[in-house]
Design a protein around this ligand. Structure first.
Ligand SMILES: NC(=O)C1=CN([C@@H]2O[C@H](COP(=O)(O)OP(=O)(O)OC[C@H]3O[C@@H](n4cnc5c(N)ncnc54)[C@H](O)[C@@H]3O)[C@@H](O)[C@H]2O)C=CC1
Ligand SMILES: O=C(O)CCC(=O)C(=O)O
Length: 634
């Protein structure tokens, strides 16, 4: 029996919404009707007919005729359309130009669209001119599009089937398309497989009929083991973004071809375990706890992005052991926290917040009692990291004297002074502001004893982490008047979403500004984080670079050049490197670059090799006992 190979397979590809992201006729209407009063209405009508035709709800011939009548287009508009379509080639087609040129003798474009705009686009991408089958327009003497060639089978119902029959391709036929007329080729028996292409549009009636649903051309090439631009199609990788991270992040991941899911709130441990099972990239903010259990149930997880500064919500050590790199945005919301702290300390020193509350209740309390300037006062900061330093600069500009206490020796900026002990800082400061990180050992570093050491009438701010302060002790200190006012942005237990109620001993106390963990919630900060973190994650996924990771050995890698990159994460025990290099030697692999960084727990070795290696060699690398994670890039 003759067994068919892919050399005898023909690829019949649709144009509109498959090869390009858009429907050509719809776009032609938008161009030809520009400036006309009824443009939006007519374009919507045309789009609706295209959709119904593509979904198989309207006879194709009917849909075509009615759309052409509505178009009011001219030959000149076609040039504009072609220019527009050049920028609308589907991303996965643009990425895989190589496949088109390699298989140009086996690729056919069969479309019910129009040759006048299809031909320039697909031939520029490497498709053979004589392999393009589509309708053609009829023009009036003045160049107006008056109709189409009705003798062309593609203008008729069942046209694609008729055309394929005429082509009589001598091998298997795989059809890639998004419309019902593409499926009809499979239904007719002329095609062996129909791949519903969903990169641009998903039509339920079409995907139900498909042999395979392919989310991109990479996906199609992967399924059929054909050469492609991505070692593993990104369209097969899931990105889960929680806590309403900025829309820019969603856009950046979608643009790269990932499947992206965005949820508004945080998830609890069980919910997250359920969701994270098939997730490759996880994006969170401060509320989602990524525990050991979560990580143990996330076999496909490659990388976590904390869309914030703090990473105490993630079990970093377990993530490292599991080969999951973690990145954050260490500077994007620093300034936002600082501005909020400055504003709050002024409001509290002047009693403005309390006076405003009284005014809303109808009370007029004009007095200077307990109302002070911040100028000349001592600001004591616990934690002199990025936020502390930035706050110290702004506070000095306001005329404050800055003291700080930090666990490590720090270079004091300007006139700031480092205190040797926490006690010293507590006893001297008029305003105390917490800017420590959320490590576990920082639990309750400020409690009854520490409040007792503070000056009477101190202003107290916590915009760092909730568990750092004993809230009961803070409430008592406020009630006794020891503290004249406090601003608290973070709490030991915070609602997961805006729909949950907020409970705290601090509710209802006078001169206490309570805010829902919004120190970093400015549009500027969120937009910056929404760009910064995805870029870090994409850089790791695309190149293997771990620069800026908070739990992985840091490696900055050069771009990949004419090689394949093997990324091997393993338990850091003696002998693993010699096993890896032993395998390369055994298979006589040509290594073009090798990079190794280790931590106490893991080794991360990246090897660029010449492309002519065997699959057995790859399997042996995967099978090394200490391998934690292995992936390839090309
Ligand atoms: N409210 C909000 O929305 C936001 C809160 N944050 C919180 O602020 C924290 C600080 O941010 P960065 O300044 O950027 O971090 P950072 O890591 O640059 O600075 C933290 C500093 O605190 C010091 N430190 C830690 N524990 C200490 C202790 N017990 N006593 C004295 N010093 C201690 C560290 O040595 C370090 O210098 C973050 O970790 C995060 O938890 C950050 C952004 C927004
Ligand atoms: O904006 C957030 O969700 C968290 C901000 C924060 O606490 C941080 O950046 O560490």
């Amino acid at each position: 029996m003759l067994t068919k190979t892919l050399e005898q397979t023909y690829f019949v590809i649709d144009f509109d919404s498959t090869f390009t992201k858009v429907e050509g006729l719809d776009e032609l209407a938008a161009i030809s009707l520009a400036g006309q009063k009824d443009r939006d209405e007519v374009v919507a009508k045309i789009k609706d007919m295209t959709d119904r035709g593509m979904a198989g709800e309207l006879s194709f011939e009917q849909a075509l005729q009615q759309r052409i009548e509505l178009l009011r287009a001219h030959r000149d508009h076609l040039e504009t359309l072609v220019e527009f379509l050049r920028g609308k080639i589907s991303d996965s087609f643009s990425r895989n130009k190589q496949f088109i040129s390699e298989y140009r003798d086996q690729i056919f474009i069969v479309s019910s669209g129009f040759r006048e705009f299809i031909l320039p686009i697909v031939t520029e991408m490497g498709v053979r001119e004589d392999h393009v089958f589509a309708n053609t327009f009829r023009f009036g003497e003045d160049g107006t599009i008056t109709g189409y060639d009705e003798t062309n089978v593609l203008s008729q119902n069942g046209g694609k089937v008729q055309l394929l029959r005429q082509l009589s391709l001598p091998g298997d036929v795989y059809v890639i398309g998004d419309g019902y007329t593409d499926y009809e080729l499979r239904e007719s028996g002329l095609a062996n497989k129909f791949f519903a292409f969903t990169e641009n549009i998903e039509r339920q009636r079409v995907i139900e009929k498909a042999d395979h649903i392919v989310t991109s051309l990479d996906d199609f090439l992967y399924i059929n083991k054909l050469s492609r631009s991505q070692s593993y199609p990104k369209s097969r990788l899931k990105v889960l973004l929680l806590e309403n991270v900025h829309a820019r992040a969603v856009e950046l991941f979608r643009r790269e071809g990932f499947q992206v899911e965005l949820l508004k709130g945080a998830l609890d441990e069980d919910e997250l375990i359920e969701k994270v099972k098939d997730v490759a990239i996880l994006g969170i903010r401060s509320k989602t706890m990524v525990t050991k259990r979560v990580l143990e149930n996330a076999p496909r997880l490659m990388v976590i992005g904390a869309f914030c500064i703090g990473t105490n919500q993630i079990d970093l050590a377990t993530a490292e052991e599991k080969g999951v790199a973690v990145f954050n945005a260490p500077y994007s919301n620093t300034r936002s926290v600082v501005e909020m702290a400055v504003g709050e300390m002024i409001l509290l020193m002047r009693g403005i917040y309390q006076k405003s509350v009284k005014m809303h209740e109808g009370e007029w309390d004009k007095s200077a009692k307990n109302s002070n300037e911040v100028r000349g006062k001592k600001l004591g900061m616990i934690g002199y990291g990025n936020i502390g330093i930035q706050l110290s600069v702004v506070a000095e500009a306001l005329g404050m004297e800055v003291l700080f206490y930090d666990l490590v020796e720090k270079l004091p900026l300007s006139n700031a002074r480092q205190c040797h002990t926490l006690e010293e800082l507590l006893q001297e400061s008029d305003v105390i502001s917490l800017h420590v990180d959320g490590r576990k050992s920082n639990a309750n570093i400020i409690g009854e004893k520490e409040f007792a050491l503070m000056k009477d009438g101190v202003v107290f701010l916590n915009l760092s982490r909730g568990h750092v302060v004993d809230v009961k002790a803070l409430a008592a200190a406020l009630k006794s008047g020891k503290i004249r006012g406090a601003a608290v942005d973070v709490f030991p237990s915070e609602p997961k979403t805006n729909d949950e109620a907020f409970e705290s001993e601090l509710r209802g106390l006078p001169n206490v500004i309570l805010t829902p963990h919004i120190g970093g919630s400015t549009e500027e900060a969120q937009a910056s984080i929404g760009e910064f973190v995805p870029n870090k994650l994409l850089n790791y996924v695309n190149t293997g670079s771990t620069f800026g990771s908070v739990n992985f050995p840091e490696v900055t890698l050069p771009p990949l050049h004419d090689a394949h990159r093997l990324l091997h994460i393993h338990a850091n025990v003696p002998g693993v490197m010699s096993k890896i290099n032993g395998i390369f030697a055994k298979y006589n692999v040509n290594i073009t670059g090798q990079y190794l960084k280790t931590s106490d727990k893991i080794g991360y070795v990246i090897t660029d090799i010449a492309k002519n290696y065997s699959n057995e060699m790859i399997q042996e690398l995967r099978d090394i006992e200490q391998t934690i994670k292995f992936r390839m890039l090309y």
